[in-house]
Design a protein around this ligand. Structure first.
Ligand code: GGG
Length: 331
């Protein structure tokens, strides 16, 4: 029997995650749900953004659904982002971010791409220091191991999606050591997987422009941490925005699904939050981690049916409750 560690976190995470869990339970009635806490509110209550008990529950379950955090914009002694802590301590080294067109919400109907973002290193290792009073320095770490790891995942995803194109996104003309190592490691692993004929590459600035101009030409993009963060937010425009942007933090034998959006404190508690990014994140958990492709298809078809048959006006107001009811009636 599958187990799921549920970590709603801050703000609207407290609404969209329970809603997504109820939908998931309709698909997997035997799923065992284990609750845990993390985030800024948790830090204020108990002095830790991710208590050890939460880490322990995640490790025991091997799968989780996380909502959102509201980290403060300035440094707070003893606090580190709950999202980054979970990703790093659980070695969730790859982030899966699909972008596809949805009825009513998408500005165009022909987008179906997926960005694989390296999730553990790059600029996000958080090694910053003041070199002098006026100069701040951040280190960017790229390792052969992590680059090979994401490339191996890319080969897996490419097979599952029957991809016709894998695009490596980097900036090796300016950063030949770090981006060069990333690109060359990925190329080698993908060639060994027999996929070299479908691999191409783009400089990150060119990729950004082309994701705006011709998003329908992309299939699977593989890139480093910061580039993936930025490009996936940009590309989420084609899905209808961050409210339709799911993700999966994917490790070895463990994964944490997580809507890309934040805690949206301005609408928290109003019932207006859209739970679809959380629901679609659960679909990623089904497809890639548990390898329940059929259930993932059913869930995505239910979302497609909902967005085809129910008008956006009907979803306004009590969005969380209405979306959940509509999905439950389609499963
Ligand atoms: N679900 C993703 C999320 O909560 N994003 C907001 C975020 O990452 N904020 C920065 C942080 O708190 O570390």
């Amino acid at each position: 029997m599958k187990r799921l560690c549920v970590i709603p976190g801050d703000g609207i995470g407290q609404e969209v995650v329970p809603s997504a869990v109820r939908v998931l339970l309709k698909l997997l009635p035997g799923l065992e749900v284990v609750e845990a806490e993390a985030g800024w509110d948790c830090f204020l209550r108990c002095g830790q953004a991710v208590p050890e008990a939460t880490m322990q529950r995640m490790r025991e379950c091997g799968a989780g659904l996380f909502g959102a955090v509201s980290s403060p914009a300035q440094r707070v002694e003893g606090y580190r982002s709950a999202v980054l802590t979970l990703r790093q301590q659980l070695q969730l080294n790859v982030n899966v971010r699909p972008v596809r067109s949805w009825p009513q919400l998408s500005p165009r109907a022909d987008v179906d791409l997926l960005i694989l973002r390296e999730n553990s290193e790059g600029l996000y290792i958080g090694r910053e220091h003041m070199e002098s009073a006026d100069v701040a320095v951040a280190q960017r770490l790229i390792s052969r191991q992590a680059s090979e790891h994401i490339a191996a995942r890319a080969a897996e995803v490419a097979r599952l999606r029957s991809s016709g194109r894998i695009t490596l996104v980097h900036k090796a003309n300016v950063l030949p050591l770090t981006c060069g190592l990333f690109r060359d490691s990925c190329r080698r692993v993908l060639a060994e997987a027999g996929l070299d004929s479908i691999v191409d590459e783009r400089l990150v600035d060119v990729a950004a422009l082309q994701l705006v101009e011709r998003p329908q030409d992309f299939d699977l993009l593989v890139t480093t941490n910061l580039f993936g963060d930025i490009l996936s937010d940009l590309a989420s425009h084609w899905s209808g925005g961050l409210g339709m942007a799911p993700s999966l933090n994917w490790g070895q034998g463990i994964a944490l699904a997580e809507p890309v959006h934040g805690s949206a404190p301005d609408i928290a508690g109003s019932g207006k939050a859209n739970p679809l990014a959380a629901v679609l994140s659960a679909a990623l958990l089904l497809r890639y981690h548990w390898q329940y492709g059929e259930q993932a298809d059913r869930l995505e078809r239910a979302v497609e049916g909902l967005l085809t048959e129910v008008t956006i006006t009907q979803l306004e107001g009590e969005t969380t409750r209405v979306v959940e009811q509509e999905l439950l009636s389609r499963l």
